[in-house]
Design a protein around this ligand. Structure first.
Ligand code: SAM
Length: 188
């Protein structure tokens, strides 16, 4: 089942809202990061630059065949060998990955989902000890050019609480990710 309000504008519009390199720097995804999973990869906005940066492989999941097709084509165009995309409903089916098998999980612009605790617990299950979940979301500000409706848009404190509830440790402060986002990291 597709998570609520997870539609996106066209890729050229969407990509203008983010600076992936600055986000990775802030959320501890670096050259030493191993296998990484992107839950709801969309256009591959983060999966592709993550693959260029890390030493592991990126796996991007999305329920939409169109998103998977676009992401795969972009990876081919960029000749990126260490990224793959799989059409999958991770709310209904989980990730299908083994326990403790990956190093980093991206939950980017997805935790407004009603099933957020299921997603966070799945992230924790597949992460190796010491692995990280990185979260970004739209600022809790009605003036942002996109983002879920304010009624369901999580505040930074909500994400912080959910990550702890899912069993992660959060040691670093919530970071501002201009122009429109904030982020945090949970450690298993
Ligand atoms: C708001 S977009 C965010 C995309 C990407 N994380 C980003 O920040 O650029 C949410 C994405 O999650 C996907 N999605 C929603 N529900 C899903 C589900 N149950 N299983 C897999 N993907 C899902 C949507 O198709 C969409 O591409």
């Amino acid at each position: 089942m597709k998570t609520r309000e997870s539609g996106m504008p066209e890729e050229a519009v969407w990509s203008r809202f983010f600076d992936p390199e600055a986000i990775f720097d802030a959320l501890q995804l670096g050259a030493d990061t191993g296998d990484t999973v992107d839950f709801g990869c969309g256009y591959g906005t983060f999966a592709l630059p993550a693959a260029r940066r890390i030493c592991g492989t990126v796996i991007g999941f999305d329920i939409e065949a169109e998103m998977i097709g676009i992401s795969r084509q972009r990876a081919r165009d960029a000749s990126l060998p260490n990224v793959r995309f799989e059409q999958r409903d991770f709310v209904a089916e989980g990730s299908g990955l083994a326990d403790r098998s990956v190093d980093y999980v991206m939950h980017f612009n997805i935790l407004h989902a009603e099933e957020r605790m299921r997603l966070l617990r799945e992230a924790r299950r597949i992460l190796a000890p010491g692995g990280r979940v990185g979260i970004i979301h739209w600022n809790h500000d009605p003036k942002t050019p996109r983002g879920p409706s304010m009624e369901i848009r999580p505040r930074p404190g909500d994400c912080h609480r959910w990550v702890i509830e899912a069993g992660f440790t959060v040691t670093d402060p919530i970071v501002n990710l201009p122009p429109y986002h904030y982020g945090l990291v949970g450690r298993k």
